[in-house]
Design a protein around this ligand. Sequence first.
Ligand SMILES: [Mn+2]
Length: 328
Amino acid sequence: MPPSSDASSNGPRPQDLAAACSFLDDAEEFVLTSHINSDGDGIGGCLALRRLLVNAGKKVAIVLNDIPDAYDFLEGWDEIQVAAEGATTAAAHAVVLDCPNLDRIGNAAHHLGDGSRILNIDHHKDNKLFGDVNLVAPMLSSTCEAVYHVARGSQMAIDEQTAAALYMGILFDTGGFRFSLTTAGTFEAAAELVRRGARLDYIADQLFGNKEFESVKLIGRSVDSLELHCDDQVATLLLTHADMRSGDVEEIVNYGLLVKGVEVALLLKEQDPNYFRVSLRSRDRVDVSLIAAEFGGGGHAKASGCRIQGTADQVRQALLAKVGKHLS
Ligand SMILES: [Mn+2]
């Protein structure tokens, strides 16, 4: 599938793709980064792009604000560096992946300087186009799907490890090829990645299974907290500060949407005492990125996040007041 033909449907614009490919062709050293609490798409995109560039003879470092360990099965994971304050050299060329704005890279900002040229590869529709070159394609399932187009467009060889990282990111961001941004183009990319060696059963098991015992127990406690509001159209789940330190919390919000008739699921995660990270998910009717934006957050129509200060009750009430308006 040549990128140009796909670009006519839902791929990146050809001129953006060409500019991104030149950016990567024209320099020899890069720093790659993604957002705070980076996820499968951000990490997969960084690892895949690193491998593509290293195979092309370039020097690449991945620097992240924090490193989640759920992706340690991918090649290159152990070379990811934790961003540090007081980094001495600013990258001349940086690629920021899966990040709607530059604030979201956290401490990785210390590795950039005023003179850094930035390539911004993303699929968030609220992306601020902060790069010198922007490859932002909101119709794509994932940043990894965008990186796949870059690899094809620049004719960089996609080897088995690159294919695995890209496939993982696509699988992650589509929730296993279920979410609405999953298109025929997504399947075409995935098929090509499987052809190039991505082991889909192994990757799916690593991504969706393979949980720590405590993380599975935590699912039970969070489901215990499940409540329904707004004529049973909104489900809320709560993780206390103690819960947050005991396991992996990223997918727990989806248990709210399992309930028949629920349109919006909200997961309140008490990151610090009386300070919540909130995950918002929508089944169909509500664009939760608009609700997240009202609290200074953002994301996608069906999956967004924000941060709110207050007690659990205050945060829940503040959210329900906004969600109620979007439901009516
Ligand atoms: Mn993404």
